[in-house]
Design a protein around this ligand. Sequence first.
Ligand code: GTP
Ligand code: MG
Length: 324
Amino acid sequence: MSDRDILELAPESRLPEEEGAGKGFWSKLKKGLSMTHHELLERVDAAVEGRGVIDEETLEYLEESLIGADLGVEASLEIVQAVRDRARGYEAKDPTRLRTMLADEIAVLLLDAPQPHRRPPGPRVTLVVGVNGVGKTTSIAKLARRSLDEGDSVLLVAADTFRAAAVEQIALWGERLGVDVVRQAQGSDPAAVVYDGLQAARARAIDHVIVDTAGRLHTKKNLMAELEKIRRVVDREAPDRHCLTLLVLDATTGQNGITQAQEFTRAVRVDAALLAKIDGTAKGGVAVAVARELRLPVLYLGVGEGAEDLVDFRPREFAAALVA
Ligand SMILES: Nc1nc2c(ncn2[C@@H]2O[C@H](COP(=O)(O)OP(=O)(O)OP(=O)(O)O)[C@@H](O)[C@H]2O)c(=O)[nH]1
Ligand SMILES: [Mg+2]
């Protein structure tokens, strides 16, 4: 066994909830990733089935499997290269060995990127952006729930003034969560709503301001300009607040999500990603592509429609839940 063989994954027993992973972290993560896990394991096991040793053909099949599971070409090649160096010639009769190796290498790759703080000290604002329907508003409810659980005060800002039902939707979440929502009439200037929200947050010493933004405007160019404007308002009006622009991506769209993310990152500053709806898809591996190919740190995974259905993206645990 090489040193890398014993790189420690965190099995359930080693990740007590007191470590800050949130209530029910493992069960939510595993449940959320179960479709992806199931499909990926079938492929990995098929790659070694009936073989005496892990040979080049096995590894090529493995590479295809990872690409097929939406991990992205670049990441898949890198992972399999690392496995190749370790595993060639190994007996293949125990597929768990290969799975563990794979999980290790996925974790190593994910750990190679810096992770911004999920909860930086001091007051903060999270601008939630993403194309329409990806899960922004629902994710905001989840982030609010999380902050409340952590003892922070929260204010929601309804800056999606474009779509009629958008303000109502976030107002409803505010009611359910017992959190105030700063809003104006439909069609008003989103940057002005954000300005209002920041003033209110200052007056009330709110810890976490979460801003909902439009997913669609008349043109993409308008949308990007609006997001830039909102960010400028935050930088100007609340320079003391740590500002995170969080891009929500819909995991069920797989590689399309990557293309969407690229459009956003080219046009506006994006600090991190939240991958929503991984519970409804076998394409959960796309988190690896987001982290590796876009160099965009994934902070959270959405694992359902409720306010509790959010888990931290933790590289080791994600890799283990994915494939080990
Ligand atoms: N299964 C599942 N469904 C989710 C998740 N996140 C959001 N959804 C659902 O996806 C749908 C769209 O979610 P919204 O939060 O309204 O998406 P949005 O990005 O705000 O949409 P627009 O405001 O139209 O741009 C809703 O039916 C949500 O319940 C998730 O993590 N898992
Ligand atoms: Mg919305």
